[in-house]
Every structure is written in C-alpha cells, then in structure tokens.
Design a protein around this ligand. Structure first.
Ligand SMILES: Nc1ncnc2c1ncn2[C@@H]1O[C@H](COP(=O)(O)OP(=O)(O)OP(=O)(O)O)[C@@H](O)[C@H]1O
Length: 252
C-alpha cells in the first residue's frame, strides 16, 4: 500500500469566478506529498487551505497547473480520494454499518464483501457495538469516527481531512487524533489534514505546510521528522521547539 497515494501539485493556481472576474486564492503552488505521508496544511483564515484540499479531491479544477495522483491528473472526485469534513455528512436514515458499507456497495463490491469491509473499518475506528445505531444516536466524536470509517471503506489512496476535529472538546479531540494516528500507521494511507490548531498539526503530521494569505502560496514547510513507527508523543522540548517555529512563521 506504501507505493500508492503519491500526490504531485505542479504550479497550481486556484480561484473563484464571479461574472467576468476571477479571484485567485492559491498562486503557483507546487508541493509533493509522498505515498503514505501525513501532511498538515495551516495558515490564516481565508488563505485557501480548504480550496487546495478540495482541488486535491477533484472538486475544483485549477485555473492553471495540475495535480497528479500516482502520475495521473486528478480531474474529478474518485473513490481513491476520501474526504472527511468538519460537518457531519453521514446519511441520517442509515445505520453506522449501512453508511460505512455504502461506498463499497455502490462500487459493486457485493453485500458480503461490503459487510466485511464495514466491520473491519468500524472496528478500526473503535465503533464496534454501534453498527446498528443511527447517526443521531451517536456523540459528535463517534459520528466523526463513523465518517472516517466510511471514507476508509472505499480503500482510498489518499484521505483528505478538512478540520475534522474542529468542533470537538479537547478530550475527544485527543482521542480521535490517537485513533487517526493508529489508522495511518496501520493503513499507510496518504493523509492531508487541514487544521487551525498548531498543536494538532505538530502532534499528527510529518510535515506542516504553512500557506500565506499574502502570497497565496507556501511560506514555509516544517519537517517534524515523525515516522510511521514513532510513538505518538515527542519530547516536550521538541514539541515546544516545533510549536514556536510554527507560531513565528505564521505571524511573519
Ligand atoms: N465557493 C466559493 N466561491 C467564492 N469564493 C470562495 C468560495 N469558497 C471559498 N472562497 C474564498 O476563497 C478564499 C479561501 O477560502 P478557503 O475556504 O479555501 O480558506 P481557508 O484557508 O480554508 O479558510 P478557513 O481557515 O477560514 O476555513 C476565501 O477568501 C473565501 O472567501
């Protein structure tokens, strides 16, 4: 699984058309995201993090430049590109299991295979025992776990996450971060994670990419030197050093 999920962002400009005008948000941004890597995107509100994430997901076409997944240009959304948003997008009329098996069923995997995949990913996100619950019967954090399981059941090469834990309390957030890290360590899926939270970015990712609103492009990249097998917690000094570098660069 480690050799799939390689993303190449090449001189991409992204923006929005309004009448005859086009407002460019991301300007000439290039970035390589290795297969199986974990990257966070941070930057001030409105700098274009979600726009970039959605473009990687095939939801926005670049004004210029291109984004490749394993050498093939991304032009539309696909099952290879799983997306998890902050807001809940589970089907409220389906149970957890029905939500999670929806993608495989739609791709024609058949009921037995889809059920097996659903059970596997429900267990991976720690929701065993809740298969037959409807979303409204779950806490916010549990709904996020179900969303992650639903995205993973499509066996995506890339998991794109747009502030998925932003609305959760601190304890639930840490618990989901731990689960996400163990999912990443188990599946080797490439993760691109948008967050406002510097601590979260440092805790989770191998690279923190800072996007500048002024330039519309990358202002800095901080390597945290995290590996797949590293234990979740770093030394307090290392975390402190990474955090102060991020904060300094964010305010530059
Ligand atoms: N559908 C849209 N149509 C027009 N403009 C948009 C659209 N979506 C976003 N924008 C604009 O593009 C810019 C970047 O928005 P985007 O949501 O990508 O930023 P962000 O960095 O993710 O912000 P935040 O951290 O607040 O979520 C903003 O100025 C926003 O107003």
């Amino acid at each position: 699984m480690e050799d799939i999920g390689h993303i190449e962002i090449q001189h991409v400009c992204l923006g929005y058309k309004s009448g005859l005008d086009t407002r460019t948000v991301i300007k000439d941004l290039s970035l390589t995201l290795g297969a199986g890597s974990f990257t966070s995107l941070i930057g001030s509100s409105g700098c274009g993090k979600s726009t970039l994430l959605n473009a990687i997901g095939g939801h926005y076409k670049p004004l210029s430049g291109s984004i490749l997944l394993d050498g093939v240009e991304i032009k539309t959304p696909s099952a290879d590109l799983g997306i998890v948003f902050q807001q809940h997008t589970l089907f409220p009329w389906k149970t957890v299991k029905e939500n999670v098996r929806f993608g495989p069923m739609r791709r024609g995997a058949g009921r037995v295979v889809s059920d097996k995949l659903a059970d596997e990913y429900i267990e991976l996100v720690g929701l065993s025992g809740y298969e037959n619950y409807y979303p409204k019967m779950l806490s916010g954090g549990m709904q996020h776990r179900a969303e992650i399981a639903r995205a993973l059941a499509n066996k995506p090469a890339v998991l794109l996450m747009d502030e998925p834990f932003g609305a959760l309390d601190a304890q639930m957030r840490v618990s989901l971060q731990d689960s996400l890290l163990s999912i990443w360590q188990n599946t080797h899926v490439t993760i691109v994670f948008v967050t406002h939270d510097v601590d979260e970015a440092i805790r989770l990712s191998q690279r923190v990419v800072i996007i500048s609103q002024r330039s519309g492009s990358i202002s800095s990249i901080i390597e945290t030197n995290k590996t797949h097998n590293e234990s979740i917690e770093r030394s307090a000094e290392r975390t402190h050093e990474l955090k102060s570098r991020c904060l300094t660069l964010l305010s530059a």
